[in-house]
Design a protein around this ligand. Structure first.
Ligand SMILES: [Zn+2]
Length: 469
């Protein structure tokens, strides 16, 4: 808050004081394990409640993801997804309520019987004893209970008041715990619920030993600052773990998840590619990308990151969508560099324009050079890959030709390679010198014409014509 105008700021000492942030972090007595000063870029001295280096994933593709418009998972597909998520290493896999349908119950039991190596199984039920009785019989490790607490849901959905919600919650929690199964209690539409109601019910369920409380932005209205404030307030009220669930209607789902962890949340709900109700929730890959920046070693130690692309491909195929071009980590252009100035710096040191290392995810960096924004440094790197010997002056000359041609149409990698090879051969044979643009044009034209009339090419063309006849 700003000080009033008539009061001096602090003690009136106007000298600038140098603050050693590194030692400030080290001497902060609240840090967990004294490790935080080594991590990432964003830890702040006061972040003693931050869990950006201590969190778990509740992977909800098989629950929230089933609510995606295109999703219809048969048992075989569910098992394939569950096994892939287990291999990736998510801590929890959440399944549709076994009370939803007889098939859902059979699927839930079958997945519990898989004996997955790393992931534990949760199911998601309404705050109701009938659902709870069915859930505990399926063999799950945990039950996620949810009920709407906003006035919208109380009025237009289940029609119950807060005292009924509290009484039922206590009954369900005590029953599930008596079976030796973990339990989470979550409000629905938390950001449009009364704060007093929320804190009061969370405090009550915390006291009776719930494992986690959940905060859910069911309609996707929250922003990171609201999330931070609510979770930080809740952190001061309950001692149990805090799970957060963010819908992505306004594009804040990943940022909200990160803000929640900074404020002291412990578990984040994700789905593969973010699929879910409407436009979905925090995507698994996007959360991983975000958390890799916060603490790469922690993320790498927990998850088999090279599995990410496979998990996404399995789910994309199952729900008949393409992985988006701009997807975090695995989108086709996620590690493609195009502008000449970027390409030059990337070739010298990838960290210049990359916050994530593609190799960590089994991906490769790609420098695009067949366009009019290309630079000679990027072309030089390709010349070296092709094992050609050209001077810098010659490479600059060849680059000028690539840019000239790319002004007409983008050149494929094959086109660029052809130009470089022809340039190289012509220089070796003494047919070309730097600056002889017209000579190079003629050589390229001759090459194209010879390809057009080559017997191989004609035979291939004939085959294509026959096939399409
Ligand atoms: Zn949801």
């Amino acid at each position: 808050m700003c000080p009033p105008e008539d009061k001096p700021v602090a003690n009136g000492n106007e000298e600038m004081v140098a603050i050693d942030l590194a030692s400030a972090v080290k001497t902060n007595g609240h840090l967990n394990g004294g490790e935080k000063d080594k991590k990432g870029f964003y830890n702040r001295p006061s972040d003693f409640l931050s869990n950006t280096s201590n969190w778990q994933i509740i992977e909800s593709t098989l629950r929230e993801g089933e609510q995606f418009a295109n999703a219809f998972f048969d048992l075989e597909t569910k098992i394939k997804i569950a096994k892939a998520l287990d291999e990736f290493g998510v801590e929890w896999i959440e399944l549709t309520s076994p009370a939803a349908s007889p098939e859902s119950r059979a699927h839930c039991e079958a997945i519990c019987n898989l004996g997955l190596k790393r992931s534990k199984i949760l199911t998601h039920i309404r705050c109701h004893m009938d659902d709870a009785r069915i859930a505990v019989e399926t063999g799950v490790d945990g039950v996620d209970v949810v009920i709407g607490t906003s006035s919208f849901l109380r009025e237009h959905s289940h029609g119950k008041d807060m005292s009924w919600i509290t009484k039922t919650a206590i009954e369900v929690i005590q029953f599930v715990k008596s079976k030796g199964i973990e339990i989470r209690f979550s409000s629905e539409d938390s950001f449009r619920s009364e704060l007093v109601d929320l804190l009061s019910i969370y405090r009550t369920v915390d006291k009776i030993g719930v494992n986690r409380v959940g905060v859910a932005d069911t309609v996707g209205c929250a922003d990171p600052r609201q999330v931070y404030e609510l979770v930080r307030t809740l952190r001061g009220v309950v001692s149990c773990d805090i799970e957060c669930h963010f819908h992505n209607d306004t594009g804040c789902a990943i940022a909200n998840a990160y803000a929640a962890l900074e404020a002291g949340a412990t578990h984040i709900d994700t789905s593969v590619l973010g699929i879910g109700e409407r436009n979905g929730i925090t995507p698994l890959g996007g959360l991983i990308a975000r958390m890799m920046v916060a603490d790469p070693e922690y993320v790498k130690s927990k998850y088999n990151l090279t599995m990410l692309r496979e998990v996404e491909n399995i789910v994309a195929e199952a729900v008949e969508i393409q992985v988006p071009f701009n997807n975090y980590i695995t989108g086709f252009c996620a590690f493609t560099h195009k502008a000449g100035i970027h390409a030059k710096a990337i070739l010298a040191n990838p960290s210049t324009y990359e916050i994530l290392n593609p190799a960590d995810f089994g991906m490769t960096r790609y420098v695009s050079i067949g366009h009019r924004l290309t630079g000679w440094n990027a072309v030089k790197s390709r010349v070296e890959q092709l094992n050609l010997t050209l001077t810098d002056e010659q490479i600059k000359d060849a680059t000028a030709k690539i840019k000239e041609l790319a002004d007409v149409r983008t050149q494929s990698m094959e086109d660029v390679d052809m130009i470089l090879r022809i340039y190289h051969t012509a220089v070796q044979e003494g047919k070309l010198k730097v600056g002889q643009s017209a000579v190079l044009d003629r050589l390229l034209e001759e090459h194209v014409n010879s390809r057009e009339t080559s017997p191989n090419r004609n035979a291939k063309r004939q085959r294509v014509e026959e096939a399409s006849a």
